[in-house]
Design a protein around this ligand. Structure first.
Ligand SMILES: NC(=O)c1ccc[n+]([C@@H]2O[C@H](COP(=O)([O-])OP(=O)(O)OC[C@H]3O[C@@H](n4cnc5c(N)ncnc54)[C@H](O)[C@@H]3O)[C@@H](O)[C@H]2O)c1
Length: 260
């Protein structure tokens, strides 16, 4: 049966591939991005987040799925605004519109980078839902990178959004309302975000060191996470919730082999 989805980040990469996949399957997709989208908003701002909800309400009374993909890697406070607060605002702001769906589902894209070192002070401000404080911490962190070469700001936002899913999935607003809520954590995906690094041997080696992928090679096409996002938000997914599903060719299992 045809469903209605809101997907952020549809102008490029994983969000674009997910929108294409769901449209090809006969579903309605309302695409959201800062450019080239059905709803054009800046998710790093309060105004953009408010406009997102208002415009989705105007276009669709009920939605069946929310897929929060928009994000960036820049070592900047804007990354805090989009990857964490923009994603939370997307999920929380659109949750009431999921309520009247027969099979409501939501998912956010985190990252394998969530397993990297994080900045504790920034992490604390994110979990405390303190955006001005988090942005101030991001200014302080600047361009510091972790051992895997990714920005401390990026890895911290991705760990925090994954934790947000763990914290909220089982509560009354989500599981209690019949809404499955999960995160997908990609390793390396071939998108404009990784294109520059994948172009050089040095860049590929650095990505492979941080995210070794023994299953099917170093970088997956965006169609791979798109298929996973589509299933997690399908009516078929009746019982998977609260999970951080790694799609990384095995990197997470290498990184932390012990189940407990
Ligand atoms: N590509 C990878 O290897 C990889 C790995 C792990 C996680 N991710 C995550 O997957 C998601 C998608 O990444 P991608 O690789 O497709 O990147 P991408 O750069 O191709 O796409 C990201 C999209 O987000 C949009 N966006 C950025 N800032 C925005 C804002 N302020 N408001 C609205 N939209 C905004 C961009 O315009 C773009 O269309 C991101 O959250 C990213 O962190 C990607």
């Amino acid at each position: 049966m045809s469903r209605t989805y809101v997907i952020t980040g549809t102008a490029s990469g994983i969000g674009k591939a997910t929108a294409e996949r769901l449209r090809a399957d006969g579903h309605t997709v309302i695409g959201v991005d800062i450019k080239d989208a059905d709803i054009t908003v800046d998710l790093s701002t309060d105004d953009g987040r408010t406009a997102l909800v208002r415009e989705v309400e105007q276009r669709a009374g009920t939605i069946d799925g929310v897929i929060a993909v928009a994000g960036l890697v820049a070592a900047s406070p804007v990354t805090v605004g989009v990857n964490y607060f923009g994603a939370v605002a997307t999920l929380e702001g659109l949750r009431p519109l999921l309520a009247s769906s027969d099979a409501p589902r939501a998912v956010v894209v985190a990252s394998l980078a969530a397993l990297e070192e994080v900045d504790d002070a920034l992490y604390e401000r994110l979990i405390a839902d303190d955006e001005p404080g988090a942005r101030a911490e991001a200014e302080r962190i600047g361009t510091t990178t972790n051992a895997a070469g990714s920005s401390d700001i990026y890895s911290t936002t991705k760990k925090a959004i994954a934790q947000w899913v763990r914290t909220h999935a089982a509560d009354g607003d989500w599981a209690g309302a019949g809404i499955a809520l999960n995160a997908v954590a990609p390793g390396v995906i071939e998108t404009p975000m990784t294109a520059a690094a994948l172009q050089t041997a040095e860049g590929r080696a650095a990505l492979d060191a941080g995210a070794p992928s023994p299953l099917n090679g170093p970088a997956a096409p965006p169609a791979a996470p798109a298929a996973l996002l589509a299933w997690l938000t399908s009516a078929e997914n009746t019982h998977v919730t609260g999970q951080i599903v790694f799609i990384d060719g095995g990197a997470e299992s290498i990184r932390r082999p012990n189940l407990i």
